[in-house]
Design a protein around this ligand. Sequence first.
Ligand code: CP
Ligand code: NVA
Length: 308
Amino acid sequence: MTPHHFLSIADLSERQLRACLRLAARCKRNPRLGARALEGRVLALVFQKPSVRTRVSFEVAVRQLGGSAMYLGPDDAQLGTREPIKDVARTLSRYVDGIIVRTFRHSQVEEFARYASVPVINGLSELHHPCQALADLFTMQERFGGLKGRTVSYVGDGNNVLHSLAQAAAILGLHLRVATPDGYRPNRRIWRETARRAARRGARLAWVASPQDAARGADVLYTDVWTSMGQERERAARLKAFRRFQVNRRLLSEAARGCIVMHCLPAHRGEEITEDVLESRQSVVFDQAENRLHAQKALLMMVYGGRS
Ligand code: CP
Ligand code: NVA
């Protein structure tokens, strides 16, 4: 039987995504829900990059669902250098019931999934951060109730977080306006496929050159770091290219009244976002961080409990 992998948001149907968000809300209301869903199961976290939220929220989620989690850091697995990924994937599948992978290249997550006989969950690659998007959409739903017709504005780098956010927005029918510097647009293939899916849903997915045009009238103003993990050598060039793309008071004043500010964290204050905006009453960044836990519990219950 093929295991239920979760590598990108595009793996989900609208029905599954909505079910996951509903279940996340139930998990948040009742932390004991599904207390035995992972009873007797062990999940491995294979992380090649640092993490606070993803690691801790998954470890806590697994424990609250009655299972246990095991962390393998960059020195343990040494993917592709000590051993090929296909061997690690097949070996771990003989011990554990699922693998959460955080790596540099998305092709490595896909290789894990190809060879593992247990579910593989993407805990961030350079192209996707689907667990983040589950928490993000859950947070928006919590704030606004229905999401249909809402406008989300993303200002910054066309990166993993944006790709997953865009895919989720397209499935649920949100409008998404994105402003990035020209050389840092989202991945062309992902953008094209996502725009097609959005159009089928009657939602708009638009790239604009100006952060002000993106932010105007938005219900959500979202940003992420300009230099992602693995891009540290490009930092100086990126600081220069992104200068006009900071989320600050002036940009926020373009948005709708009641607009919320979102950031997946960690944040680089003074770069993509100013301290005052991050700490403002409009900022929901710690709700987002908390909601990683509830959204991932829902995801795990669906993967292992057949709940959908
Ligand atoms: N947002 C997020 O994934 O945070 P970590 O890198 O700390 O896991
Ligand atoms: N885009 C960031 C997200 C961190 C959670 C990165 O990949 O480093």
